[in-house]
Design a protein around this ligand. Structure first.
Ligand SMILES: NC(=O)C1=CN([C@@H]2O[C@H](COP(=O)(O)OP(=O)(O)OC[C@H]3O[C@@H](n4cnc5c(N)ncnc54)[C@H](OP(=O)(O)O)[C@@H]3O)[C@@H](O)[C@H]2O)C=CC1
Ligand SMILES: CC(=O)C(=O)O
Ligand SMILES: [Mg+2]
Length: 765
């Protein structure tokens, strides 16, 4: 469990810590756990039921009975993987049992979906008996296209995997072995290149002789590493030829002639060390004794054998990697398993063989050497990494992984005879894969990472509310900056105490508007703005003293804070009008709200969802320009549809006329994005409906929808959210001269912290 950090890590870029409470809340909030199952077919009518179930379902049953390969056409099998564990080696936490492993297995299932659109279910098998475990799994073959074994300890895992591979005709892949080996090999290939070492002469020590370690050693030997140059250690020290204590056949296979008996002795002069053992297993003395430019992969989870900060204190010539996402160079099997299975499933592979593993490792290594293009840079902490000691391997959020690795795996499967189906056009396959994964994940990650690099002072205007306080704490503990809590000191502290929230931490400031020494400055500023807009000095004094939105927005306006977040206790329109009294529109921009709808792998920007009630044609054109800018900044090539209830003139009506007029206005402005309209939402979002209008200028379905009026925008987005069909982010407020975000009333702490991160991001670097 990550530490309940009260002190932010100072030495490491990109360091995000989570508290134990945050981790528990994340798992318990809403529907407990991280997964749910939803149908892919409509179940609305009697006819649907007749097709999905009896009598219709009998038809595919008979088709599959006659030809088993039809299961891939008529069932979920071809895209479904089981993540199976007995909990005997949960991360580096040890044998904590099947039930305790469930959060990790659910996590792996979610990652399959998130990164590679592979459907997955976790299965926890409550036995440590090898035969019982094998018997349980072997009969599950018809349900799945592949089996991902996870967190099963050595040596049982070796027997389990090899027997299941013989018994089943689908890929059986123990991720801790091969997933880890593939990623470690990829990182090693690049680290050797950077330090000018040759595979054949490099000396490597591997601490840990379990599932992950043995597989890593086997893979790098298969790639040409000299077996005599590898020393394996376990809890009893060096595994040398002739050792008898704590041995098994898998360790024996890698025993070498060596005079070293301890890890400390073995590491003297070593070029590379792999840690696949336990937290804290490497000491400073060991690291100091390694060769020049040592390569240190401390891969134990959740805490490495030694931290990058500890290594940096001792020497500055090391290439350092860990299994964690909050340090550079994450060597973790998450980079592999989703994509390896994607490729294997798409060719209906019988197994994942060595050729497929090596192809995956090479593809991963190659990717880190390529230049990072613009649309990928967002995934990289807001900067553009260059192949080097701090970047030997892509990050899991790199959107290129989805096309690079499965293609390499599928090609190797076909060439090595493991595929049951050929993909003839691998380029087209790569393009299709890119469309399968959505860049919003990389984008939101990019927003957080960038803010961590350039932390901001964000004022939380409604800080007396418990959920706002929680969001502020999370903002700080994620390293996003300083959270200014605006409110009455005594009320904030009392509420915090009742809710068990600890406000005594770096990065939290409480400001009470009534006693702030900046009050006069704010009053002067606001009075100068509003005196010719009907407000007397005493009105402005009242606003600054009693209204937190005015106080907070003025703080941001005069530069005492970088950004603000509000909206939890007041409706959007009121909060927005408070803010606009204090902050101007950005010159050349129009203030609008853009909501981001993420559903079924698609991301759609919808505008204006916050400001213009019934926009004129000119305003609709402006909204299109502003919304396209937002989409571009988030890494999308905008395809803007101006929506109406009619499509290209049918049926005619006054409201549609305004939208048609807006299209003409855009024609006159020569904008640099694709747009067209007026059209219905069905035409905008459905390729075959769009084909009926061959003259439509959009090159594909729209990803930016400009609504004809706020009511349609608001109704559509909220309906989608409430029905549960999508995730809704926003509305993001854009077009103001300073950075402000307004949440929905009653927003949860996670939503508020997201908005605060976006506000901080928009405040710039
Ligand atoms: N970054 C990544 O992607 C991955 C990291 N890992 C990490 O690797 C570690 C091992 O996992 P896994 O192989 O699945 O587990 P196993 O239970 O199969 O193996 C654990 C091995 O570590 C050895 N070991 C434990 N503590 C020490 C120590 N202090 N010094 C030397 N050796 C030690 C054990 O020795 P003995 O044989 O004597 O008991 C055993 O050989 C975990 O921390 C896990 O989180 C695992 C998979 C992926
Ligand atoms: C990453 C992983 O699978 C592990 O640490 O066990
Ligand atoms: Mg694991």
């Amino acid at each position: 469990m990550p530490a309940n950090d009260k002190t932010p890590e100072k030495n490491t870029r990109n360091r995000a810590s989570v508290t134990e409470q945050e981790a528990l809340d994340f798992h318990s909030q809403g529907r407990p756990g991280k997964l749910e199952i939803t149908p892919t077919k409509p179940m609305a009518t009697q006819r649907d039921l007749s097709l999905a179930y009896s009598p219709g379902v009998a038809v595919p049953v008979l088709a599959i009975a006659a030809d088993p390969s039809k299961a891939y056409d008529y069932t979920t099998r071809g895209n479904m993987v089981a993540v199976i564990s007995n909990g005997t080696a949960i991360l580096g936490l040890g044998n904590l049992g099947a039930l305790a492993s469930k959060p990790v297995m659910e996590g792996k299932s979610v990652l399959f979906k998130r990164f590679a659109d592979v459907d997955s279910i976790d299965l926890e098998v409550d036995t440590e008996n090898v035969d019982e475990f094998i018997n349980c799994v072997r009969y599950l073959g018809p349900s799945f296209g592949g089996i991902n074994l996870e967190d099963i300890k050595a040596p049982e895992c070796f027997i389990i995997e090899s027997r299941l591979r013989e018994l089943m005709d689908i890929p059986v892949f123990h991720d801790d072995q091969h997933g880890t080996a593939i990623i470690a090999a990829a990182g090693l290939i690049n680290a050797l290149e950077l330090t000018g070492r040759d595979l054949k002469t490099t000396k490597l020590v591997c601490n840990g002789a379990g599932a992950a370690a043995i597989a890593c050693i086997e893979l790098i030997k298969a790639m040409g590493f000299n077996p005599a140059n590898i020393i394996l250690c376990d809890t009893k020290g060096v595994i040398y030829q002739g050792r008898t204590e704590g041995m098994n056949q898998w360790k024996s296979a890698h025993a070498v002639k060596s005079d070293s008996r301890t890890l400390e002795e073995a590491m003297k002069g070593a070029d590379v060390v792999f840690g696949l053992s336990q937290k804290g297993a490497f000491t400073e003395t060991m690291i100091r004794s390694m060769a020049d430019k040592p390569i240190i992969f401390a891969m134990a989870n959740p805490d490495p054998e030694i931290t990058p900060e500890e290594v940096a204190r001792i020497r500055d010539d090391a290439i350092m990697a860990t299994g964690r996402s909050d340090y550079p160079n994450q060597v973790n099997n998450v980079l592999g398993f989703p994509y390896i299975f994607r490729g294997a499933l798409d060719v209906r592979a019988r197994q994942i063989n060595d050729a497929m593993k090596i192809a995956a490792a090479q593809a991963l290594a190659d990717l880190a050497r390529e230049d990072v293009p613009d649309d990928v840079a967002a995934a990289y902490q807001g900067n553009r990494p260059r192949f080097g000691p701090q970047y030997i391997i892509p990050v899991p959020f790199d959107p290129r992984l989805i096309s690079a690795i499965p293609v390499a795996v599928a090609r190797a499967a076909m060439e090595s005879g493991a595929a049951r189906r050929d993909i003839t056009d691998l380029d087209a396959y790569g393009r299709e894969l890119s469309a399968r994964r959505d860049p919003i994940a990389a984008t939101t990650q990019g927003i957080y990472d960038r803010v961590r690099r350039f932390p901001k002072r964000v004022v939380f205007a409604e800080a007396e509310e418990e959920q706002v306080m929680r969001a502020a704490i999370s903002f700080c503990s994620q390293g996003l900056g300083t959270a200014i809590l605006l409110g009455r000191d005594d009320v904030i502290r009392e509420t915090a105490e009742k809710a068990g929230i600890d406000l005594e931490r770096p990065g939290i400031e409480i400001i009470n508007a009534r006693i702030s020494n900046r009050v006069d400055t704010y009053i002067d500023f606001l009075y100068a703005r509003l005196q010719r807009h009907g407000l007397l000095l005493r009105d402005v004094q009242r606003l600054i003293h009693h209204d937190r939105n005015h106080f907070a927005a003025t703080m941001v306006a005069v530069g005492d804070a970088d950004a603000m977040v509000t909206g939890t206790t007041r409706n959007y329109a009121t909060a927005l009008s408070d803010v606009r009294r204090c902050i101007d529109d950005k010159p050349g921009h129009r203030v609008i709200g853009v909501s981001i709808v993420v559903a079924r792998g698609r991301t759609i920007f919808v505008a204006d969802t916050a400001v213009h009630d019934m926009p004129t044609a000119e305003q609709i054109a402006d909204i299109a320009v502003e919304a396209a800018r937002v989409a571009k900044r988030m890494g999308y090539e905008p395809r803007v549809a101006l929506l109406a209830y009619s499509t290209f003139g049918q049926p005619i009506g006054e409201r549609s006329e305004r939208v048609r007029e807006a299209v003409k206005i855009l024609d006159g402005r020569r904008v640099d994005f694709e747009y067209d309209g007026e059209m219905g939402a069905d035409v905008a979002l459905n390729a075959s409906r769009m084909e009926q209008y061959p003259f439509c200028r959009l090159s594909g379905t729209a990803n930016v929808l400009v609504m004809p009026a706020i009511h349609s925008a608001s109704i559509a987005t909220r309906m989608l959210q409430e029905i549960g069909a999508s995730t809704l982010i926003g509305p993001l407020l854009v077009g103001l001269d300073k950075s402000v975000q307004i949440t929905q009333m009653g927003a949860k702490d996670s939503e508020i912290v997201n908005m605060a991160a976006i506000a901080a991001y928009n405040a710039g670097s």
